[in-house]
Ligand binder design. Structure first.
Ligand SMILES: Cc1cc2nc3c(=O)[nH]c(=O)nc-3n(C[C@H](O)[C@H](O)[C@H](O)COP(=O)(O)OP(=O)(O)OC[C@H]3O[C@@H](n4cnc5c(N)ncnc54)[C@H](O)[C@@H]3O)c2cc1C
Length: 560
């Protein structure tokens, strides 16, 4: 097919589809490019919708990143909104298109077809699920309906503690509603490990969000006054004026299924590294596809805007190069689920695998370290802590994942580690990273360096680490090296206080026939103590992250 005659049809005109369309035009001026979306808008900011409900974004038009007119005028791309693609005839290379305003249907021929149909919100078949007042949030019209409902509401129940659920809880509080969040798991924010997620839960509760964790919703009932009753598996019944269902999404694969395109184990569409399906003329991108996770090498569904945008770009590039008879060249590298969520001025971000994910995949070659450095040097006003968990391979130091929570500087650290993971980096690379420093921005040893140093010290044998989950299960001599005043304010049961400053003169007090574990406030003094004791031939281990980490493990119920 000559490049001038290539007809590229794109189904879905938001993150992945709009990206594919614009990139295709940049690479091929003479191609015919047409986008179809069954919704009234294309290229809108779905990530901004919770903030529109919360009145943080006040003008709806700000959510429109690009309009059909802009696509036409700037890119010469035809956009058909409120137009649903209802079928694909692969042998004739045609799609069936229905105009939702007129009901008229027609067929359109394609040379290349890109499907970016996204995902749909899960609506389980629970009793009362279709009652008025139960909303999902995927589109601008959805957000309008919720905004209208909020006008007459004083109470809301959010079902689901993932990103969208948390963002909605915050925004509904912002609108002055009483908010209860129900989550079936024992923690909020599934990508985080439980001892990290407790910090998010605390912040929600501090801001008036009532949490019901470990409780599923069993059904809904309409009250006589028009309000709703949410029935939880715990037996609790919650009266509310509106419900937001945010329990996840499932890939929108109906078109693929009816066309006989191959789906993967997780129910997403199978594509190769160029986003090509098992039909060489059909490409799929975004929430609808299963993609290899770069850390675990398993195929995952990762519904995030960044991968959708990059995949759209990759697919367009591959289509055009193939049409030109050239090697396809740019591949999608895989996903690592780098994500961030803001919760009442707290930022929680993660990249790569969590410990839960490693366990689920049967990967046991890993070690975790915890640290709580400042976002910038302590002497410059306004320093706040960043709570970091870094996971890496014990055998070669390869970085497997990281999670960070704090009020400032969190995304910068996770972004650096995300890049290191994509490059196949190790903790030795983090140790040696050269990062920005001036007092108001960081420290000469940045939190990323510190995480790498702790992990690298461990791998070199200079800092043996104890496993928090073994605390209390084995017979160790637990020494708390903080000051007596700090020890008095709270300590781990069974710990003995030998302040770092007196430790060198009290070596005889350490047990000869038990392992010695050291703990302090955040891990720093215990590290100094570890080095001193190791050089006195005493076998020691350090509880990384100190008492701050202890408290999160305890709150998460992970200690015996
Ligand atoms: C409330 C909310 C907040 C979010 N926040 C974030 C965030 O902060 N960060 C982040 O990374 N991600 C976020 N996401 C996820 C992100 O928006 C998605 O991962 C991304 O939009 C996926 O892009 P996509 O192109 O695959 O699908 P979508 O953007 O969902 O687009 C799919 C489009 O296809 C259309 N379509 C489907 N089937 C057909 C058909 N048969 N015919 C015609 N049109 C069809 C749909 O109408 C839809 O417009 C958020 C999502 C939501 C809903």
């Amino acid at each position: 097919m000559e490049q001038s005659k290539r007809r590229i049809l794109i189904v879905g005109g938001v993150a992945g589809g709009a990206s594919a369309a614009a990139r295709a035009r940049r690479l091929c001026e003479r191609c015919e490019i047409i986008v179809y979306d069954r919704g009234p808008y294309v290229s809108f900011a779905n990530c901004g919708l919770p903030y529109y409900v919360g009145d943080v974004i006040v003008e709806e038009t700000k959510l429109l990143v690009a309009t059909p007119e802009l696509f036409k005028n700037r890119f010469n791309i035809d956009v058909h909104t409120e137009t649903e693609v209802t079928g694909i005839d692969r042998s004739r290379q045609e799609i069936e298109v229905r105009n939702l305003k007129t009901g008229e249907t027609r067929t359109e021929r394609y040379d290349s077809l890109v499907l970016s149909t996204g995902a749909k919100a899960i609506r389980p078949p629970l009793p009362g699920i279709d009652s008025p007042g139960i909303f999902v949030l995927r589109t601008i019209p959805d957000s309008r309906k919720i905004r209208d409902a909020v006008q007459n509401a004083t109470r809301a129940v959010v079902v689901g503690g993932g990103f969208v659920g948390l963002e909605m809880a915050e925004n509904l509080r912002h609108r002055g509603l009483e908010v209860t969040l129900i989550e079936m798991a024992d923690q909020v924010m599934p990508p985080l490990d439980p001892e990290m997620a407790v910090m998010v839960a605390d912040r929600l509760e501090e801001n008036g969000v009532r949490l019901r964790l470990g409780a599923g919703v069993q059904g809904f009932e309409e009250n006589t006054d028009g309000s709703l009753k949410v029935k939880a598996s715990s037996g609790e019944e919650l009266d509310t004026d509106l419900v937001i269902l945010a329990i996840g999404v499932t890939p929108e694969t109906s078109l693929f299924e009816s066309a006989g395109l191959t789906l993967g184990e997780r129910g997403g569409v199978q594509v190769d590294e160029y986003m090509q399906t098992n039909d060489p003329n059909i490409w799929a991108v975004g929430d609808v596809v299963e993609i290899q996770d770069v850390v675990t090498k398993t195929r995952q569904l990762i519904p995030l805007a960044g991968p959708a945008n990059r995949q759209g770009r990759v697919a367009a590039g591959a289509i055009i190069r193939e049409a030109q008879g050239k090697e396809k060249r740019i591949q999608f590298r895989g996903v690592q689920a780098t994500a961030v969520c803001g919760i009442f001025d707290l930022t929680a971000a993660s990249t790569g695998a969590s410990e839960k994910m490693l366990n689920r995949q049967g990967i046991d070659d890993y070690q975790a370290v915890y640290l709580h450095p400042g976002n910038h040097v302590g002497y410059y006003p306004g320093a706040t802590s960043i709570h970091i968990k870094l996971l890496f391979s014990r055998s070669d130091g390869k970085i497997l994942g990281a999670q960070a929570i704090g009020e400032s500087g969190v995304t910068r650290r996770i972004d650096v580690i995300a890049m290191a993971i994509q490059m196949g980096g190790t903790v030795f690379d983090l140790e040696e990273s050269e990062l920005c420093y001036a007092p108001q921005f960081g420290a000469a040893k940045d939190p990323v360096n510190l995480a790498g140093m702790i992990a690298a010290n461990h791998l070199r044998g200079d800092l043996p680490l104890a496993d928090w989950k073994e605390l209390g299960t084995n017979n160790v001599d637990l020494i708390d090296v903080r000051s007596p005043a700090e020890f008095e304010r709270g300590h781990i049961p069974g710990a003995k206080n030998i302040p770092l400053e007196t430790l060198r003169g009290r070596l005889s007090e350490l047990s000869d026939n038990k392992d010695t574990w050291l703990v302090c406030g955040v891990g720093q003094r215990a590290y100094y103590a570890t080095r001193a004791l190791m050089q006195n031939d005493i076998a020691v281990k350090n509880l990384s992250g100190g008492m701050q980490t202890y408290q999160t493990f305890q709150k998460a119920g992970l200690l015996p």
